[in-house]
Write a new protein. Structure first.
Length: 289
């Protein structure tokens, strides 16, 4: 799995950070899963290629992962490295297909009219990754699935709030148009990176929606599976802290100072999560102020 591990290391993402809490076998499995997600996402975002070419490439990845799930012979190296993980943990092609449908939405959609339509996007690109991940982590209570769905949506909405400027530079607005209308924010203002009290109210509304998903994830996580979900819980802690940091800035995300956690803050969260696992007191520390 050298290729998958290389892709994961180079990404330096918060998701890859959480793998440090896993035993080696599961850590390698998650690196393979992450590499797949990273590669298909990069294809969808590569605007130097025509949309139809990206669509064909994603269909090729779909065909390859279907082969892998059927115990066939995939030709893409990342999918070949993922195949033993699929077999070992019983990962479903339906979930991979749903994930690909999510990244394909970025080929055609640059605006989301309603919260419900954005919710579908968040489910496909984030909750589905959570549903695949918990199969690797291992769980005993089916309630973990509801936990994965809610936590995925919370993380994705946090990402969307953080990345408003970066998305705007590509002509994309993920904040629902119905919310823009409610708070009298014109799309042109976002694309021109114009901060206002109206934008603050809009962002606060989306943040409240994210907080609702964090709270639901907190309540849905079965007690007996808290230890096995330690990596997911670390992700929840990191992104909850990021959401709070955005809130302290009053969601002014239009300047060049990109909001992120420092390395020291991330190390602190890793050590705190590890200590709480060791003490047997791991409980969600997000979703409430």
């Amino acid at each position: 799995m050298q290729l998958s591990q290389s892709i994961t290391r180079k990404s330096a993402s918060n998701l890859a950070l959480a793998f440090v809490l896993l035993p080696k076998e599961k850590r390698m499995a998650m690196a393979a899963l992450y590499a797949f997600c990273r590669e298909v996402d990069d294809i969808a975002d590569n605007e130097s290629r025509p949309v139809e070419e990206r669509r064909r490439l994603l269909n090729s990845w779909r065909d390859n992962v279907r082969e892998a799930c059927r115990n066939g012979n995939p030709t893409l190296p990342v999918v070949s490295e993922l195949q033993p993980v699929i077999a070992r943990y019983g990962l479903s092609f339906d979930l991979f297909d749903e994930l690909l449908r999510g990244v394909e939405m970025d080929l055609d959609i640059k605006r989301y009219p309603t919260c419900a339509e954005l919710d579908l996007y968040c489910y496909r690109v984030a909750s589905v990754v959570g549903l695949l991940s918990i199969e690797v982590f291992g769980y005993t209570n089916p309630g973990c699935r509801a936990y994965a769905v809610s936590l995925g949506k919370a993380l994705q909405l946090t990402n969307i709030l953080r990345d408003v400027r970066a998305d705007g530079e590509r002509g994309r607005i993920y904040l629902p148009l119905s919310e823009l209308q409610r708070f009298e924010v014109r799309p042109e203002e976002i694309l021109a990176f114009q901060y206002s009290t109206r934008f603050y109210a809009l962002a606060q509304s989306v943040a409240d929606r994210a907080r609702g998903f964090y709270l639901h994830a907190r309540e849905a996580l079965p007690i007996e599976d808290r230890r096995s979900m330690a990596s997911a819980e670390l992700m929840g802690s990191v992104y909850w802290r990021l959401l709070e940091k955005l809130g302290h800035r009053r969601f002014n995300v239009f300047d060049a100072d990109f909001t992120r956690l420092s390395q020291a803050q991330k190390v602190f969260l890793i050590l705190r999560t590890w200590f709480r696992i060791w003490r047997g007191t791991l409980a969600p520390n997000y979703g409430v102020s």
